[in-house]
Design a protein around this ligand. Structure first.
Ligand code: GRF
Length: 203
């Protein structure tokens, strides 16, 4: 399968995908990397790997719908089977998402449905939860609210600050995203009637 990756930042999850493909652990191809921040390190990683990378700037567009339409025109141009949001930090509107239903996933640094949105690690610490983690889910217009595919858990430890907790979660994100993509790319994970099926059974 062909993947398009959306990223706004450092791109360590993108790198995990590229490394898994290089190692033969993930049978897929990254056809393009797209984003909203021209200076994002994720784009440099893509170019270093010989992958087309393009960022559009939101301020060059009249509004979110116009930006999303232009971004997804770029995405569609590389004919992906699956779109992966890997640290893509902008909301995506319903109109842009509609054609990709069941074919677009996101990795989010919390145990959804807890801590949707930003600053998840600081909020998990403030809430005093004993466990935190990461989730891979199908993207819908409901922010971080789409059906969950897989989660990884980590303990919250005494003395953790947000950075320490974020680092522990990030270590689990990379294998979690690769494992989710292995299932998705093998056709074993399917979104049917808004629920996730694994090997034809409800997850
Ligand atoms: C990750 O924590 C991801 O879950 C969140 O943003 C971060 C991106 O990290 N959505 P990277 O750009 O993949 O290194």
């Amino acid at each position: 399968p062909r993947l398009a990756v959306l990223a706004s930042g450092r791109g360590s999850n993108l790198q995990a995908i590229l490394d898994a493909i290089d190692d033969g652990r993930l049978h897929a191809q990254v056809a393009g990397v797209f984003g909203d921040k021209p200076a994002a390190f994720a784009l440099a990683r893509a170019r270093a790997a010989g992958i087309p990378a393009r960022a559009l700037r939101p301020r060059d567009f009249a509004g979110r719908d116009e930006f999303d339409a232009a971004l997804f025109a770029e995405v569609a141009s590389v004919r992906p089977d699956v779109v992966v949001c890997a640290g893509y930090m902008r909301l995506l509107g319903a109109a842009a998402l509609a054609p990709w239903a069941g074919r677009i996933i996101n990795i989010h640094p919390s145990l959804l449905p807890d801590f949707k949105g930003l600053d998840t690690h600081a909020r998990a610490l403030a809430a005093g939860v004993p466990e935190h983690g990461a989730s891979v889910h199908f993207v819908t217009a409901d922010l971080d609210g789409g059906p969950v595919i897989a989660q990884a858990r980590v303990p919250v430890l005494d003395g953790d600050d947000a950075d320490a907790l974020a680092a522990r979660v990030l270590d689990t994100e990379h294998p979690l995203l690769v494992a989710s993509l292995q299932l998705l790319c093998a056709g074993r994970i399917v979104l049917r009637d808004e629920v996730v099926e694994l090997d034809g059974k409800l997850l």
